[in-house]
Write a protein that binds this ligand. Structure first.
Ligand code: NAD
Length: 265
């Protein structure tokens, strides 16, 4: 499978180059960065610290989509949304890891998925996808008296909050309760905000250091508290999951798929 990497010099991009190269059945055929990126022209393998691959970093996104079977995109929301249009134009499948997309950007992905297979997940780790299932089940079983709070911590470079994974966990909890997340989400508390509304799903965001991604969903009930936690120690778990998704996407018909689909949950 010919795999192209968008944002190939980024934190995730470098891990993805290494993960594709290590995977059976996948080949890195190109990597693209923004036009102003200082590493343009560098060997992708050297950037990923795995030795030269003979493939250089370019800014030619059209060529990447024309050559690749699947493009893996962990960049920024507006770029990912533009790329969804290119995926449609060139009939190239995409695996999308970028988080923090707004409604219009999300719509661009939904439109593309009508004609080409797109996989999108806020978190490509197998462990987090297990966590999603546990959260949904727990929210279904426990009554509304159990206050649900989603706590996350990430490194200080992260630009969106709450994290895409925290929002996906909130969605899993809302699904379990049979409510609409938008109606119950409480994402910011500052000042005299009053008592907690029963049924709300609260979010708390911590940023600092080099934390790869910690998520805890709490069910705080009368006299007891259930806490379900996942801690990612390395970005490798996301990269390996995304490569698994890319190899899977290569054989899929048009549609918008999740990591749960890839894992067959
Ligand atoms: P990063 O800033 O290190 O990497 C993003 C890269 O995209 C940068 O190198 C940047 O130069 C590049 N980029 C920007 N504009 C571009 C353009 N026009 N063309 C090509 N490349 C361009 O960030 P990161 O930590 O690698 O995270 C990237 C995204 O992935 C974020 O949205 C993050 O939340 C998300 N993420 C998702 C998962 C998951 O499992 N779904 C895991 C980790 C990170």
């Amino acid at each position: 499978m010919k795999i192209g990497i968008m944002g190939a010099a980024g934190r995730m991009g470098r891990m993805l180059v290494a993960a594709v190269n290590a995977a059976q059945g996948g080949e890195v055929i190109g990597g693209v960065e923004a036009e102003s990126h200082p590493d343009l022209g560098a060997d992708l393998g050297a950037l990923a610290d795995i030795g030269p691959l003979g493939v250089v970093l370019t800014s030619d996104v059209e060529a990447l989509f024309q050559t690749a079977d699947v493009v893996v995109d962990f960049t920024v929301p507006f770029v990912t949304a533009q790329n969804a249009g290119l995926a449609q134009k060139t009939n190239t499948k995409m695996v999308i890891g970028t988080t923090g997309l707004d409604d219009d950007q999300q719509q661009a992905i939904a439109n593309a998925s009508k004609t080409v297979a797109m996989v999108q997940a806020a978190n490509y780790s197998v462990g987090v996808n297990v966590l999603m299932g546990l959260v949904e089940q727990t929210a279904r079983i426990l009554p509304e008296q159990y206050d649900i709070e989603v706590l996350e911590m990430h490194h200080h470079h992260k630009i969106d909050a709450p994290s895409g994974t925290a929002l996906a966990l909130g969605q899993a909890a809302a699904d379990g309760r049979g409510v609409n997340l938008n109606d119950v989400a409480d994402k910011v508390r500052d000042g005299n905000v009053g008592a907690r509304r029963q049924g709300d799903i609260g979010f708390a965001t911590l940023r600092g250091g080099d934390v790869v991604g910690d998520h805890t969903v709490m069910f705080a009930g009368p006299g007891e508290r259930v806490e379900i936690t996942h801690k990612a120690a390395s970005r490798e778990v996301f990269a390996n999951g995304a490569v698994r998704a890319a190899l899977w996407a290569g054989n899929q018909t048009p549609g918008l798929y999740s990591m749960q689909d890839v894992l067959g949950f």
